[in-house]
Write a protein that binds this ligand. Structure first.
Ligand SMILES: NC(=O)c1ccc[n+]([C@@H]2O[C@H](COP(=O)([O-])OP(=O)(O)OC[C@H]3O[C@@H](n4cnc5c(N)ncnc54)[C@H](O)[C@@H]3O)[C@@H](O)[C@H]2O)c1
Length: 401
């Protein structure tokens, strides 16, 4: 069976690797450099090992391509393209649109089309299906299904095999086919009654995290004002054996999911005249944390920030990965620079970001730790500046929440 996976990023390449154990996989991506490197057996995704990729290429099980005509004859097509926000912070379905156009134009015979890109309820039924049909010259009747992705990049305890997956098709046939497909590489499949339930569940999972993170971020400000330790207080609360889940404060939320998916839910809620007040406010609280951190640092160092050399440690949005999408570092750096600080950053996993390169971990007036990768030495962080503010709460002996 020939499987095509549109988008060879965190989600698409991970699926490609698992699928290629059983099927012939074409990894389609518009990024020519990504395609070139993948065909050389060089993975750009943590969790997808280059050696395994090379093995699959040598077995003839995997090839990457930027040529959309390679999609033809696919029996299954998985859409795994980005669903970001526009500059106005509205859902941006342009990548899905482009994937649909390529599917519509190039698939001449019926296939199972699965969407793994996160979007609002109704996307499969009211956007993807009509868009593919519009661009299909022969009006091919495909099957349509969804199975939202739950991959957590960098995580080793949960993977494609042991992370339960939701699925649903637009028809009974599609539901059966999507179940058969994922059962090759996922042990726990959970059918829901419609694609809309699966789409909404995915958004709710991430919105749950977003509002709880906002709550703990607000709580960190309250405990500071009260002169008590937020971490000690949260750990004390976490001794309750039921009805409590621990979240930790931070300089904001990053990544492709938590800062973005709740906005998809809020937009669809408001389109149905339901005010998404709680979700909107949680977003604001999380985005305001960058300024709160900079205010705290400014108030704790003598003579403010103007002219000071500030080193940010960790610009990836979370530990041990190189992903900077929606990183809180962006807003923190913006606030610091607007107050006249000279800002450099240290993150050897990221190494290059926004035209800047990672600086050595030394010689600063102020160090602010936003993300602590395992490879970064605590001793070096302490020695990097006379004042260190640790937003991660993991380094003993620093200032922090
Ligand atoms: N990264 C995660 O942890 C995660 C988890 C769950 C769900 N998701 C969702 O999965 C989707 C994909 O996310 P990702 O993290 O894999 O993104 P990514 O940015 O890592 O990869 C997307 C890839 O798609 C390619 N691309 C963009 N438009 C294309 C097109 N029209 N045709 C072919 N290729 C195209 C890009 O070049 C890129 O390589 C998003 O909707 C995201 O919200 C991501």
């Amino acid at each position: 069976m020939k499987i095509s996976i549109i988008g060879q990023g965190y989600v698409g390449l991970t699926i490609a690797q698992f699928a290629a154990e059983h099927f012939d996989v074409v990894g389609f991506d518009k990024n020519i450099k990504v395609v070139h490197n993948l065909n050389q057996g060089v993975s750009h995704i943590e969790g997808v090992d280059s050696n395994s990729l090379r093995k699959l290429i040598n077995l003839g099980r995997y090839k990457a391509t930027s040529d959309e005509s390679d999609l033809k004859d696919s029996e299954v097509v998985v859409i795994a393209v980005p669903t970001p926000l526009t500059n106005e912070r509205k859902p941006d379905l342009s990548f899905i649109e482009s994937a649909c156009i390529d599917i519509g134009k190039n698939l001449q015979s019926p296939a199972l089309i699965i969407n793994e890109s996160t979007s609002y309820p109704g996307t499969l039924r009211n956007y993807i299906k009509p868009m593919i049909e519009q661009f299909s010259p022969k009006k091919v009747e495909h099957l349509y299904a969804i199975s939202p992705e739950r991959v957590d990049p960098g995580r080793t305890d949960f993977n494609q095999r042991n992370t339960p997956r939701l699925y649903a098709g637009l028809t009974l046939d599609a539901t059966k086919r999507v179940k058969d497909f994922y059962s090759y590489f996922c042990d726990s499949l959970i059918e829901v009654s419609s694609p809309e339930v699966a789409e909404a569940a995915k958004l709710f999972e991430n919105t749950f995290r977003q509002v709880n993170i906002a709550l703990v971020n607000e709580f960190a400000q309250i405990t500071h004002a009260l002169g008590i330790s937020v971490h000690e207080t949260i750990n004390a609360a976490a001794t309750k054996p039921y009805g409590f889940m621990k979240f930790s404060p931070s300089a904001g939320v990053g990544g492709h999911c938590i800062p973005i998916d709740p906005t998809y839910l809020a937009e669809v809620a408001e389109a149905h005249n339901v005010p998404a007040t709680f979700i909107r406010r949680a977003n604001e609280v999380n985005r305001e944390m960058a300024e709160y951190v900079v205010n705290r640092v400014e108030s704790e160092v003598s003579q403010g920030l103007r002219g000071k050399n500030v080193l940010i440690v960790g610009v990836a949005y979370k530990p041990n990965i190189a992903d900077t999408r929606e990183t809180a570092a962006e807003l923190v750096i913006e606030h610091l620079r607007s107050r006249g600080a000279n800002v450099a950053w240290h993150d050897d996993l990221v190494s290059e970001w926004r035209g800047e390169t990672s600086s050595p971990l030394l010689g600063a007036d102020i160090t602010i730790v936003l993300t602590k990768h395992d490879v970064v030495s605590e001793t070096q962080i302490h020695q990097s500046a006379p004042y260190v503010f640790d937003t991660t709460g993991t380094i003993i002996g620093c200032q922090g929440f």
